[in-house]
Ligand binder design. Structure first.
Ligand code: AMP
Ligand code: MG
Length: 510
């Protein structure tokens, strides 16, 4: 990109001529080599007078940008889509998908553009703008994203990474005063997302539905070569790819369940082929535990409720498997081959959820009866709507041999005798394996976060941002970078949601 040295900055003074902070960023675009069937080339639509709302220095590092890059006015212009990046090959990709269980036909990047790919010591990172204007796949949409949802996506992408959950990343969010119509008039924003790949299950479904089997195979080869090279040597690399995606998806969903994350719109077009959490929209973290919690106000049937997520992921993998069928062989043999592979998901998920849930309780060994013990705890939590995050954090303080310190945990439950009975069994179980209270406490605090992006925390940051005060976005980002550490100065970010949080509604409208 052109050097920005000597350009006036926002306050009208000349910037120093020293190395422009983001000159090192130059891009290639391997996805573009797939061919015209996969995308449409087009530039972003500029937004006037953009401003920086949030920036992640850790994400910047992935694409080789120094933290100072965000101070360069050209940074904001570039990541709002107002000026091109050198070597970029900007395009919107086409995909299809199942939405809420129904085949939706062609979708595609209706408001996102792939700028290209940065190759750094941290790997290959595709850079995508979301909210950058109309594309041929916008259908009835306006190609834009609003500030509210863009802040949520920015913060949650980075928070999930720091929780250890597989996810796309977010470099920054920029805003502009341009009006965007949703239920009310809001303002426009652009999130810059980073991912090794933005390919979704829906990309495969698209070419299968169009009966373009050559393109389907080219896409599968592209994903294998770039992201699952171990599949290449298998007897059928495409079956091996399906198995790998089953495993990656199982790992991701087990992580979600363990941190109380609800995605909200697990349509097949929102499922990453790499098993990364993608497309943060009406997501939510559990506050008071309700196994049937529905975070998306538009999900009237509860298809994507917390408890449903593991099975929905499996359903989505069936859609992927169907799309890959032509690559598995002929007729019934292909179907049978797919049916043999798919249960890989169930096995992997069962193992991963067992591992993660036991870790949440500080159980190092696997004993008969552990699952029942864990399920009993969840039932008590469900009945008493016990706060998911605070409960597990507090449970780490329980003493193995001494119930006299139970009050802070016990008082979270409505059914106190029920808790006492459970706690007695939990203690007995803890005593059945080696380890001290102190060791267990340390281990539990490593897997049970203190800080998650609860809706009300995001909402407070959004309200400030609507008044052009972006400091709360930054504070929240920083707190959520260390979700497992006590941060005494930020204790209030671990509080129960205030009463007004119950009225917050998040929907597909973003
Ligand atoms: P989502 O529910 O956000 O995953 O979006 C589903 C489909 O609708 C995708 O193809 C999106 O690109 C598209 N879409 C969502 N919002 C908009 C919008 N405001 N303008 C254009 N396309 C959109
Ligand atoms: Mg989507």
């Amino acid at each position: 990109m052109p050097s920005t040295a000597g350009a006036p900055n926002a306050s009208g003074t000349q910037l120093p001529r020293a190395a422009p902070p983001f000159a090192p960023l130059s891009l290639s675009n391997r996805f573009a080599q797939l061919g015209e069937a996969f995308f449409t080339r087009l530039p972003p639509q500029p937004l006037p007078d953009p401003y920086l709302v949030g920036f992640s220095p850790e994400a910047a590092q992935l694409v080789g940008l120094p933290p100072e890059a965000a101070h360069d006015p050209a940074f904001v212009e570039t990541f709002t889509g107002n000026r091109p990046l050198e070597g970029g090959d900007t395009l919107a990709s086409v995909y299809s998908g199942h939405q809420f269980g129904v085949w939706a036909g062609q979708l595609g990047d209706g408001r996102a553009l792939l700028l290209g790919e940065a190759d750094t010591a941290a790997g290959h990172w595709e850079i995508q703008l979301k909210g950058s204007g109309l594309t041929p796949y916008s259908r009835m949409g306006d190609g834009r994203a609003v500030l509210r949802s863009s802040i949520r996506e920015f913060l949650c992408s980075e928070a999930m990474f720091h929780l250890g959950v597989p996810t796309t990343r977010a470099l920054c969010v920029t805003g502009a005063d341009a009006p965007v119509r949703r239920e009310t008039i809001e303002t426009a924003a652009v999130v810059t997302r980073l991912s090794p790949s933005f390919i979704r299950f829906g990309h495969f479904e698209h070419f299968y539905a169009a009966e373009r089997i050559d393109d389907l195979q080219r896409l599968a080869d592209f994903v294998i070569d770039g992201h699952y090279p171990q599949c290449r040597d298998a007897a059928n690399p495409y079956l091996s790819l399906l198995a790998a995606v089953c495993n990656a998806t199982a790992d991701m969903v087990a992580h979600w369940q363990a941190v109380g994350f609800c995605h909200g719109v697990m349509n097949t077009d929102n499922m990453s082929i790499l098993g990364l959490t993608i497309d943060y929209g009406p997501f939510g973290f559990l506050d008071g535990f309700n196994a049937n919690h529905i975070c998306n106000h538009s999900d009237t049937q509860g298809r994507y409720a917390y408890q449903a997520q593991p099975n929905v992921a499996y359903w989505n993998l069936f859609c992927l498997a169907q799309a890959l069928l032509p690559l598995f062989g002929e007729g019934q043999a292909a179907v049978e081959a797919a049916q043999e592979v798919l249960p890989v998901y169930k096995t992997r998920f069962a193992g991963q959820i067992d591992l993660r849930m036991r870790a949440k309780l500080g159980l190092r060994e696997s004993h008969a009866g552990d699952e029942a013990l864990i399920n009993r705890l969840f039932r008590l939590m469900h009945e008493g709507r016990v706060d998911f995050t605070r409960l597990f954090r507090q449970l780490a303080e329980l003493r193995m041999a001494d119930p006299s310190h139970d009050a802070p945990v016990r008082d979270m439950f409505i059914d106190r005798p029920g808790f006492d009975a459970w706690a007695a069994d939990y203690r007995a179980r803890l005593q059945a394996e080696a380890g001290s209270d102190a060791e267990r406490r340390t281990a539990m605090r490593r897997v049970n976060p203190k800080y998650v992006l609860r809706n009300h925390l995001a909402e407070i940051a959004i309200r400030h941002a609507n008044e052009k005060d972006f400091s709360e976005v930054e504070t929240l980002r920083r707190v959520l970078m260390r979700p497992y550490d006590d941060q005494p100065e930020f204790e209030r970010y671990a509080d129960l949601p205030p009463d007004w949080a119950g009225q917050l509604e998040v929907s597909c409208s973003s």
